[in-house]
Design a binder for this molecule. Structure first.
Ligand SMILES: O=C(O)C1=C[C@@H](OP(=O)(O)O)[C@@H](O)[C@H](O)C1
Ligand SMILES: C=C(OP(=O)(O)O)C(=O)O
Length: 432
């Protein structure tokens, strides 16, 4: 499916979906327990992959008819050997947290996914599992899925780089809690995407698991039991909110956009509020009510370090293309290891819309204000975040912008185009 977005004003109230990161962790934590209820989960293509994995390990996930609640029967800390290959589809988080879980099973698990997933780096996690005495192989010996993983591991100490994916740390902490000896993680390099490990520690604590940051990295003692925190309530997703907030800032007029469900949590991506403020947006966050209001304002370029917040890069790049002056996004090499190389993808597509962009391995600079964005056909790169951010660019580009492969929003924000339409965006979905 493609979507045509014609330059338009948006305004009104909108609710972002529940957090993808919290939902993945809550589903697997419930799997590690005897069972739990997860309320307000994100039900999307990615989180369905984690649900399938819990079932493959012997648990069961029942979705309420309105998807507002999941009743999960756990596999109780010891995963069964799956009867079939696990399809992680497009989800990096699923692949990593399920790989470490598979190392607890007394037998082999095979994990695969779509073409994007099969091109993403898994080598450091496979190596960590081998350091713990498990079996962990890439079938093509290139550090990418398909993966073959087996155990059971007893725990121990692992040394792992921190600059590829924080999901390796999350995965080892979640699995380490139910090993005999626990897992001590020593980081070989500075950790990127660190707030995602904070989310993990928060969810683990809610499920009664003790894990902590240490001077060298992280530690989780072994022999623990995941407890039932009924019900586990998932907060709103700030990465998803970033598109709605950006829409308000570039096309919200005086009425603006009010985003609901924005209660503070460990999500690093709530930094989007500060980024918009620094760019000059008229934005306010009522933390108690969980509401952020943003009105259209003249934006100016800023420098943003996305070391902690890789998923904000596409949104900030679009804001930079609308802003006056230069927006420099730094510390972004790890953003190249996502569903697609998002640094390259945003540079390419914003240039197609008429923006001037300079890219290095670790930076993306958008020379805003030098040209007006003009509608064109842009590729979504089979990547939900590229699709959603380009749709926001389409709200301000002259004429009509066609975003190709728009159905990929199903990965993290299935109702994205309905929400945008309800806010007043002029858009039309059509088959290619
Ligand atoms: O743990 C998580 O929920 C995530 C961690 C981040 O990935 P990396 O740690 O690979 O940067 C982020 O980009 C991804 O969307 C979700
Ligand atoms: C990179 C992302 O997710 P994952 O790593 O789970 O595929 C994302 O949602 O932007």
């Amino acid at each position: 499916m493609d979507v045509d977005i014609t330059r338009s004003r948006v305004g009104g109230r909108a609710r972002a979906p529940p957090s993808k990161s919290y939902t993945h962790r809550a589903i697997l934590a419930a799997g590690y327990s005897d069972g739990a209820v997860v309320s307000d989960p994100l039900v999307s293509a990615d989180t369905r992959a984690t649900m399938r994995s819990v079932e493959a390990f012997g648990g069961q996930v029942d979705r309420a008819e309105d998807d507002r609640r999941l009743d999960i029967d756990g596999f109780g800390g010891t995963p069964s050997v799956p009867a079939d290959v696990i399809d992680c589809a497009n989800s990096g988080t699923t692949t990593r947290i399920v790989t470490a879980c598979a190392a607890l099973a007394d037998g082999l698990t095979v994990l695969t996914g779509d073409a994007s997933l099969r091109s993403r780096p898994q080598g450091p996690l496979l190596d960590a599992i081998r350091q713990l005495g498990g079996r962990a192989e890439s079938t093509r010996a290139n550090g990418q899925a398909p993966l073959v993983v087996g155990g059971p591991i007893d725990g121990g100490t692992v040394s792992i780089p921190g600059d590829v994916s924080s999901q390796y740390i999350t995965a080892l902490l979640m699995a380490g809690a139910v090993t005999v000896d626990g897992v001590e993680i020593v980081l070989e390099t500075e950790l990127k995407s660190a707030p995602y490990v904070d989310i993990t520690l928060e969810v683990l604590a809610d499920f009664g698991i003790n894990a902590e940051e240490t001077e060298a990295g992280y530690r989780v003692p072994g022999g623990q039991r995941y407890e039932r925190p009924d019900p586990y309530a998932v907060p709103g997703d700030f990465s998803s909110m970033s598109y709605l907030l950006a829409a308000g800032a570039v096309a919200g007029g005086d009425e603006g956009v009010v985003v609901e469900g924005a209660r503070p949590s460990a999500q690093g991506d709530s930094a989007i509020v500060d980024v918009l403020e620094q760019m000059g947006a008229d934005i306010s966050w009522d933390r108690e009510a969980g509401e952020i209001t943003v009105r259209e304002s003249a934006l100016s370029g800023v420098e943003v370090d996305v070391g902690d917040t890789p998923d904000l890069l596409p949104t900030i790049a679009v804001l930079g293309a609308v802003a006056d002056g230069e927006t420099r996004i730094v510390n972004c090499e790890h953003v190249r290891y996502k569903e697609t190389d998002r640094v390259r993808a945003m540079a390419t597509e914003l240039e197609t819309l008429g923006a001037s962009v300079t890219e290095t391995q670790d930076t993306l600079t958008i020379h805003g204000g030098e040209s007006t964005l003009t509608g064109a056909s842009v590729a979504g790169h089979d990547d939900h975040r590229i699709v959603m951010s380009l749709a926001i660019a389409g709200l301000v580009a002259e004429g009509t912008t066609t975003v190709e492969g728009a159905d990929h929003v199903d990965v993290s924000f299935p109702g994205f185009f309905d929400v945008l339409y309800d806010l007043g965006a002029e858009l039309e979905e059509h088959e290619r």
